[in-house]
Design a binder for this molecule. Structure first.
Ligand code: ZN
Length: 407
């Protein structure tokens, strides 16, 4: 048993504690959390380790694409998703994503995420090559095997092809503590039949999947009436455009395909252009929206209406998205941007989203809070202002982070 103490403890589950402490056992499980004076009295013989700033649970980055690490800074944005996705596909054509250099970049990115205080990820990959890097970096969470319509068109059954890749791919022994879940990429890139089959398959496992949704005005226009810039791109790829025009809003469309007919509804990534109807559907289903604000600014120059999400009662998590649209894999940069752009919202909102929000969305019951019985990992994060610890935490995009307990 060890006592960990610091000027502040931010358990997330309860209010921050000035001069707080927690007792952890040898396996990293939290045994008790409380004022340092009280825990010191109760556990007289426990050795004490002191943190310099605030102790928090390890962060949960609910949306990454470590697979794309080799494309860091290589995909220009600013002209919306269709232009960015077209540039991404061009960059992918010239990148050896399964190659040695690419794998080294993935390993660096996974290690950087861990160094920034990340305990668990919701990582999305078209392949499974990030899995060993995630394991070696000591990260837990879910690897979402992302399926798109072209895989279905090429193989006749994208789910069966994904299962084959899981069984036979060159990703080595599957890391402990990393779940495998299939995920559809987005409503414009996956046809309705495959969407329905993925939602049904993951629903049977009672695990949440994830989908990029309501990210960009062209997606909304396509789904509503076949408008916007997607039809030309899809037609050039040989996709029957009419199959992607349900004449519904994005979440009504997903609902019609059974996305929310499950105890573990999908994580909804982006939702920058969500309408009130979309937020109502998400709130009713208990689906978490994963905000990736730096990616949104890079690609389309716009942020989601976070206040409307909160008013509708939608749970929030944070993700960095890929290095092809965000500068790093640290959630501190996401929190700093959100706190600057939404100064009226309390700092605790962002800290919650970066910890418990992601853990609950990913169904990681041991993560996201410092509370008895949990094993979330403990980080010591530097504070610029001891009198305003929460604001200090969310305003600094690159604090000093030290692991006191790895998850
Ligand atoms: Zn993404």
């Amino acid at each position: 048993m060890r006592l960990l103490s610091a000027p502040w403890v931010v358990p997330i589950a309860v209010a921050p504690l000035r001069e707080g402490a927690l007792l952890v056992d040898a396996g990293g499980e939290v045994v008790a959390v409380g004022p340092r004076s009280e825990l010191r009295r109760r556990y007289v013989h426990a050795p004490e380790e002191r943190g310099a700033g605030a102790l928090l649970p390890g962060l949960v980055n609910a949306h990454t694409h470590l697979e794309l690490a080799a494309l860091a800074g290589a995909v220009p944005g600013g002209d919306g998703l269709v232009a960015w996705a077209t540039a991404l596909m061009r960059a992918l054509g010239g990148a050896d994503i399964g190659g040695r250099v690419s794998r080294a970049r993935i390993a660096e990115a996974a290690a950087a995420a861990a160094s920034a205080g990340t305990a668990a990820v919701g990582d999305v990959g078209n392949s499974l090559i990030a899995a060993p890097c995630i394991g070696r970096a000591g990260l837990r969470g879910t690897l979402f095997h992302e399926l798109i319509g072209s895989r279905e068109a090429k193989t006749g059954d994208a789910l069966a092809d994904a299962a084959r890749e899981l069984a036979e791919g060159d990703h080595g022994t599957w890391p402990e503590g990393l779940r495998y879940v299939t995920a559809p990429h987005a409503p414009y890139s996956v046809g309705p039949d495959l969407l329905r089959r993925i939602f049904s398959a993951v629903g049977r496992r009672r695990l949440p999947t994830t989908i990029h949704v309501a990210e960009d005005p062209d997606e909304i226009a396509l789904l509503r009436d076949g408008g916007g810039r997607w039809p030309a791109v899809l037609a050039a790829m040989g996709v029957e455009v009419a199959s992607r025009v349900p004449r519904l809003g994005p979440l009504a469309y997903l609902a019609s395909l059974g996305a929310f007919d499950t105890a573990a509804p999908p994580m909804l990534v982006h939702m920058v252009h969500a309408a009130p109807e979309d937020l109502q559907i998400a709130a009713r289903a208990g689906s978490t929206v994963v905000l990736c604000p730096r990616s949104n600014l890079h690609i389309g120059g716009q942020l989601p209406d976070v206040e409307a999400m909160l008013a509708a009662g939608v749970p929030l998590a944070l993700g960095t998205d890929s290095l092809a649209s965000a500068p790093d894999v640290s959630l501190w940069g996401e929190m700093a941007l959100l706190s600057a752009r939404f100064p009226q919202l309390p700092a605790m909102r962002w800290l919650e989203a970066a910890t418990r929000g992601g853990a609950e969305a990913l169904r990681l019951s041991s993560f996201g809070v410092l509370a008895a019985g949990k094993r979330p990992g403990v980080i010591d994060v530097s504070l610029d202002d001891l009198e305003a610890p929460l604001e200090s935490l969310v305003r600094n995009p690159s604090p000093t982070v030290r692991w006191m307990v790895r998850p």
